[in-house]
Each structure stands twice: as C-alpha cells, then as structure tokens.
Design a protein around this ligand. Sequence first.
Ligand code: C2E
Ligand code: CA
Ligand code: CA
Ligand code: CA
Length: 280
Amino acid sequence: AKEAGKAQFARYSEELQIVVQRRLELESALGQALQRGEFELYYQPICRLDRSPPCLSGVEALLRWRQGERLVAPLEFIPVLEESGEIVAVGEWVLRQACRQVRAWQLGGQEQLRCSVNISSRQLQQPEFVPRLIDILRETGLPPTSLILEITESLLMQDNLETLVSLRELAGLGVQLALDDFGTGYAALGYLARFPLNILKVDKSFIGGIPHDHELNTIARAIIGLGRSLGLEVAAEGIEDAEQLAFVVREGCHYAQGYWLGRPQSSADMQRLFDGEAGP
Ligand code: C2E
Ligand code: CA
Ligand code: CA
Ligand code: CA
C-alpha cells in the first residue's frame, strides 16, 4: 500500500508540475499580448425595450485575446491579468479602444449609441482611474453620458471609501454605472442604496431558466421588481429566445442583451450591420 501511495504521489506531483508549467506559459504569453497587439474587442448589442420592436441602444465591449487562429475568451485569462495587476494597463486599453470606436460609430450616424465597458475592481482602486478616464473621454470625444461602466458586487462589498469617492466623481461627470451579474455575488442590499448606480444587470443564470423553471422565474421577477422599485433601470442579459424576451418585457426590464438579439461580434461585423441599416 505504501508503494502504491508513493506511485500515486509521484503521479500527482507530475500533474501538478504540468499545471504550474502551463500557468507560467500563459502568464508569460499574456505579459506580451498588449505590446504585441493581440487583444481585440468584440461588441454585443444592447437593446432598449420601451420601443416595439426593441431597438439598439448601445454595445458592450467584450475583450478577446487572439492567439493565431484561436480567439481566447476572457474567463480563461482575465483572472490571470487581475492577479498580476496587468488588468490595469489592459483595462485602460479596453476603455480607450471602446470609447474611440463608439465615438466613430456615433459620428457615422449612430448618434445615440452608448458604450458599456467592464471594469475590474483593481482598476477602480487606482487613484489615477478617474483622471485617466477623463483624459480618455477628452481624447476620444465620447460624451461622458454615452459611457456606462459595468462593475460587480465584489467591488461594492470591499466598501472602500476611495472607491465610493471615485464612483461619485464619475456620476458627477454624467458617466453611468451598471451593477453587473446582479444576484450572483454577496452584496448586501444596503449597498444598492449607498452607491450611485443607474442600471442593474440581472445575471444570465436567472434568465436561463425562463420559462420552465418556476423558481428561477420567481427570482428573476423579484430582482427586476427590486431594481425598478429602487428607481434603477434594469437590464436582462443572456436572452436566448423569444419567450425569455417576452418575459423580461412583461416584467418591466428597460434593456435586454443576449444571443437572441445579437451575438458579440467584431467591430467590422458591427460596422456592416450599421451600413446595412435602412436609411432614415
Ligand atoms: P459579462 O460582463 O457578464 O458579459 C456577458 C457574457 O455573456 C459575455 O461572455 C457574453 O459573450 C456572454 N453572453 C452574451 N449573450 C449571451 C447569451 O445569450 N447566452 C449566454 N450563455 N451567454 C451570453 P464573455 O465575452 O466570454 O465574457 C465573460 C466575462 O469576462 C464578462 O462577463 C466580463 O465579466 C469579463 N470581461 C469581458 N471583457 C472584459 C474587459 O474588458 N474587462 C474586464 N475587467 N472584464 C471583462
Ligand atoms: Ca458586463
Ligand atoms: Ca453580466
Ligand atoms: Ca458574468
């Protein structure tokens, strides 16, 4: 048994070594990705629901990492960037790139288009975050009221005074704040009142069960109602079919996003979509 145990341990440590090796390779490749221009933004349409049919109100910028033929999704590398702190530089690149692109679309005829960008807590905790953001808005010409920053509950949970001050400054500029993935974290509801939020994004895990999962329907309905009664705008993400869309329209969501309304796509594909639109 002792021998078998030893053999098993040797196998585990070999596997562990492979895991560590892969992680080191990933970190080193990621360390160079920004300079090498390997990051790319995809854009997913966000629709307003107060018109029939729903109409485009903005796009959410979603980061991709191009590795040759492969397009790597953020869940594979954002945690690594967050841990190393590189998310600060990458996040600033994302902000500048997204603001520049949406401004170009606005000037090309999509005057009302809004730009949603995901922000990590590490980024917002930088004392330089707000001044840099102001520079980016000035440099790109995007009106602050066209920008929506998507933050998560974990940021609010840290209950950090500097973060609160930054968020208030941003609100003062007219930048909109959306609470992403609402309901998946641990935010006490008191946080909702304390921070200057504009939009609540109902996480797609609550939308995915509509219409067949009655418990999830109830939760989704309650979250939408909570957002509305706090005077926030409510956005539903992960809308994958007509029934889910009908449900969130009926429950009073203001915005919806999901494969049913439009997949995340390259800026070139988005541009083709705008070019193909019927004229006024
Ligand atoms: P998120 O902010 O919740 O973004 C929505 C995710 O849901 C995206 O995944 C999108 O592709 C996916 N999605 C959209 N519609 C549907 C649908 O109908 N069904 C399903 N099942 N999924 C849908 P993606 O692009 O893989 O991004 C994953 C997460 O990575 C994002 O979740 C966000 O938290 C993070 N992320 C993406 N870009 C950035 C970035 O530039 N900075 C930071 N800090 N985080 C980012
Ligand atoms: Ca988001
Ligand atoms: Ca989300
Ligand atoms: Ca998410």
